[in-house]
Design a protein around this ligand. Structure first.
Ligand SMILES: Cc1cc2nc3c(=O)[nH]c(=O)nc-3n(C[C@H](O)[C@H](O)[C@H](O)COP(=O)(O)O)c2cc1C
Length: 171
């Protein structure tokens, strides 16, 4: 798939087949995450990969809307350092957003679906994954082969029209 097709095809996929993600595919997705640009190249992230079914089921309990994690073939947990200053926290979140999109587009390129989930229960994620006290679990990205419709460029996307979101020259 070319890049624009991967962008057009990516959507949140929350139901997956039983097919595991091949080790090479998973490594390519993680390599895409590693290559993500970050503010001052600080790379304030770690990626915990979970593939064990029981662990995935426990992981899905960290947030009300993370049920798809339990069904995923693999979930990547984005872990980042705890920061006191608001501007640093914002900058970390920007970088994590970019890493998220790298992961999702690399997955789409391979025909693998992905789905975001937030993390509310820090105590549980620390217990499940051994995340140290000076780090926190930021986001979950569930991965798996789509159970229903395979990934293909979406024609009618629920998005604001281009003319509404783009301001050419000035607002
Ligand atoms: C920051 C962020 C947090 C999200 N959190 C969740 C979540 O906790 N659970 C979930 O099922 N989807 C979550 N989503 C997915 C969004 O609902 C989804 O991206 C949006 O509705 C657009 O749909 P699409 O990704 O299929 O294009 C999140 C997306 C983003 C960008």
């Amino acid at each position: 798939m070319n890049t624009l097709d991967a962008i057009r095809s990516r959507r949140n996929v929350r139901n997956y087949t039983d097919q595991p993600i091949g080790a090479n595919d998973l490594d390519q997705i993680l390599e895409a995450a590693r290559r993500t640009p970050s503010s001052m190249n600080e790379q304030r992230w770690d990626f915990v990969v979970v593939t064990d079914r029981e662990q995935l089921q426990e992981l899905s309990k960290v947030w009300t809307y993370a049920g798809h994690v339990a069904r995923s073939a693999a979930t990547i947990v984005l872990v980042a350092p705890v920061a006191d200053k608001a501007d640093v926290r914002e900058s970390i979140q920007y970088d994590l957003g970019q890493a998220t999109m790298s992961i999702m587009l690399a997955a789409a390129d391979l025909g693998i679906g992905s789905g975001h989930a937030a993390i509310a229960d820090q105590k549980l994620i620390r217990k499940l994954l051994g995340v140290p006290e000076d780090h926190f679990g930021a986001w979950l990205i569930a991965l798996g082969h789509p159970a229903e419709v395979p990934l293909k460029p979406i024609k009618e996307l629920k998005r604001r029209p281009l003319d509404d979101v783009v301001h050419r020259g000035r607002w």
